[in-house]
Design a protein around this ligand. Structure first.
Ligand SMILES: [Fe+2]
Length: 357
């Protein structure tokens, strides 16, 4: 069995359409999703509704944006709003492995070939934060009342961000339904909690012209604190993930595919059956090869990741669901509001700056 089989979402959508949601074939497809998420913390999917052309349109616009001069990009910076909208310049986000002493201890115990690259400071990457989907009108965790930020000279901005973001949310929703069925939970066990969640389209931009040296760490070893993270394919490789068995693997995302990663909230809801996937983004030999090819073809040397963080709604309760509440590990995952959970997690990495999930 391939470590990362590509799961085509079309058969699931077709079985749903034809009213065969309870068939054995459906269960088999869903169990492959839950098993892969459990063993690897990652999943490659192909969604007929998210084409390679959609991904390219988004990447083209973001490359064009990130390669603008820093003074232009800083017009979209909102530090007083804790960078919750608009651009976050390079050198602001801090990797958890730099500030979390408990994590540093665990890293020392890892076999040397699986140890992550050591960041020496904040991540040298830019990021843009764009909210996706509706928010609840009545909530105890109101996000700062911040207007979305649209850079001047990008008339296609709102449409491109919203359409790609909503398409990726649709893919996450299908994966969340399949994972719920595969884990023996009701189909809507996860999606009902994600409804009106504080989902964020948060693409990063890394300047490989300036920072394209092998070993440069663009995102230090960390896990995501949301539910599931989804990425379109990046034009430059460099993402390493850690499997459940501790093995470090470089991920190759085929053209037209999406990559899903498990965050801390799915770990909570499954009492650790599925754990938050650890990952890092580093300039590797394959990145250097892609840089060489892009230079030859006079293409942009900005590495854009089209990351979308899908969250459990802030007012929803995080606790082990269904049969997972009987797990021996359930007490490790006490009941709390998702919004409270996110605030606590951010407090750890905010010791030295700001960082999104
Ligand atoms: Fe991440």
């Amino acid at each position: 069995m391939e470590k990362f089989p590509v799961i085509d979402l079309e058969p699931y959508l077709e079985l749903e359409r034809s009213g065969n949601g309870n068939s054995d074939e459906m269960k088999r497809l869903c169990m492959e999703v839950s098993r892969t998420l459990k063993e690897t913390g990652a999943l490659l999917v192909k969604d007929p509704r998210c084409s390679a052309q959609d991904n390219d349109r988004f990447l083209d616009m973001m490359e064009n944006y990130f390669q603008q001069p820093p003074d232009f990009k800083r017009l979209q910076e909102r530090p007083l709003l804790h960078y919750q909208v608009g651009v976050t310049p390079e050198g602001v986000e801090v990797p958890r492995s730099l500030v979390d002493a408990e994590m540093q201890e665990k890293l020392k115990a890892m076999p040397s070939e699986y140890q992550p690259s050591t960041p020496t400071g904040p991540d040298p990457k830019w990021r843009y934060m764009w909210r996706i989907g509706p928010r609840p009108s009545n909530t105890s965790f109101k996000e700062l009342n911040a207007e979305p930020v649209i850079p001047q000279g990008f008339p296609e901005w709102k449409d491109t961000m919203d359409s790609w973001g909503l398409k990726m949310i649709s893919a996450v929703n299908v994966v969340a339904e399949m994972a719920a069925i595969g884990f023996g939970l009701p189909k809507d066990a996860f999606t009902s909690l994600m409804n009106q969640g504080p989902h964020l389209l948060a693409p990063t931009g890394s300047d490989l012209h300036h920072y394209g040296k092998e070993g440069t760490v663009f995102a230090g070893y960390h896990y995501d604190l949301n539910f599931l993270t989804i990425h379109g394919r990046s034009r430059f490789p460099g993402l390493n993930i850690w499997l459940r068995n501790g093995e470090k693997v470089e991920v190759k995302v085929p053209i037209g595919c999406l990559l899903i990663q498990t965050g801390k909230q799915i770990e909570w809801l499954t009492a650790g059956e599925c754990i938050a996937g650890m990952h890092e983004v580093v300039v590797t030999k394959r990145t250097l090869e892609a840089i060489r090819l892009a230079s030859e073809q006079s293409r942009s040397l900005w590495r854009v990741s089209s990351t979308l963080f899908a969250h459990v709604a802030s007012d929803a309760v995080l606790k082990p669901l269904g049969h997972f509440s009987n797990s021996a590990l359930a007490s490790t995952y006490p009941l709390m509001c998702a919004g409270e959970f996110v605030e606590k997690e951010l407090a750890v990495i905010n010791l030295k700056g700001n960082s999104p999930p």
